[in-house]
Write a protein that binds this ligand. Sequence first.
Ligand code: F0G
Length: 466
Amino acid sequence: MPSNDVAFQRCISPACGATYDVGQVLVSCPECGNLLDVAYDWDRLPIPKQLSELEEKWRLRSEPLNFSGVWRFRDLLPFAPDEKIVSVGEGQTILQQANFVAEYAGLRPGKLFLQYEGMNPSGSFKDNGMSAAFTHAHLIGAKRAACASTGNTSASLAMYCSVTQLMKAIIFVGSGKIAYGKLSQALEYGALTVQIAGDFDDAMARVKEVSSKLGVYLVNSVNPFRLEGQKTIMFRVLEALRWEVPDWIVVPGGNLGNSSAFGKAFIELKELGLIDRVPRLAIINASGADTLYELYEKRNLRWRQGDPNAELACYYYDELDEQQRKASTIASAIEINRPVNLNKCIRALEFCDGVVRKVNDQQILDAKARVGAGGIGCEPASAASVAGAKILCEEGIIGADERVVCILTGHQLKDPTATVAYHTTDQAQFNEVLGSRGVQRASFANRAVAVQNDLDEIIRAIQLYS
Ligand code: F0G
């Protein structure tokens, strides 16, 4: 088993703090059951004196690891030797200033930035984390890797497996619960696709059991190596802002891996003296999958410096079971009621003075339409970030002059069904896909114009509508 004397795994609970070798495959602390972090002995590592030094790697981008938007920051996630790192060129993403969308959200021009993670090779932010988890899987010699997924994690895992041919992908999805763009990726990339009669929460529980029984490497975000890769989204945001820390990071919350990773990134940058302040974190749930909102904002679940009132989550999950309440939202990517990273996420919220909001499917789809009309499209879950920023501006919690970065987590083409139903002229299609979810109108719809196949009519229509 490989051992690395500067990186190790550590239980996130300060009361436990047990440590484990990087060569061990763990998804929770064997001592106390809590989540694990990848931790580093920074004193023995060559840490840059300032963040701008990290740009040097980009000059050397003919070298694949320096081309990767994840691994050119490997000084800040140094758990694998270079020769073991698996990269398919992930993380070439952009931070786009978005004035059109800023106006919608209630921010002044120049204040809203969209971090477009849809540009990753499999079309979502997951590639950042998958590259890191896959690297760890490769490091320990895994031959099969599994995940439960609402679609993007599975697309990403399937892609890494097919591009590298290093492992076989086994994916668990809820039956009828994933958007077609994502399902088509997993099937085409050749993943063994197990459709479970249930939702994501059911699939997640099962994949944990199966991977432990069969010794299959698990790449869900309970895997601490996944989150190391996702830290780099924040490094790229800072880099694009010329290493200035924004006032807010706004991110959709599902299984809470991303928000946890962002928190860890800022905890480490602060500890290393590479930033002098941290942004505030806003995590946005869908109203139909609002566990974090309920626990954090309503019931006051807090990290309390490592001594969380975790029983609140247990009571809440019992309630969900008693009422047989299942997650339900058009933003299928975040249709999750039992987020596995809850504890790490509340740690991030504490460190980043965070807030949690929820947005309904109407707000999500309207925000999505504005994001698309403003330039780069995204899938419904991603638009929750913009819908959430708008609410926080309306509440006065985000000031119109504050610098806000919304994370667009997935590509627009991931979920064509939701997009086409929003813009359709066919009321029956609208009702079936969206009306059934309480979406009443498509305020920003761009409807196709139907015309006869006749030149004069076509010209008349263009003159009428343009
Ligand atoms: N946005 C998109 C597009 C996602 O696919 C996900 C999660 C999230 C946001 C939420 O991120 O879980 O880190 O809070 N998708 C997972 C999946 C669950 O299986 O693809 P999170």
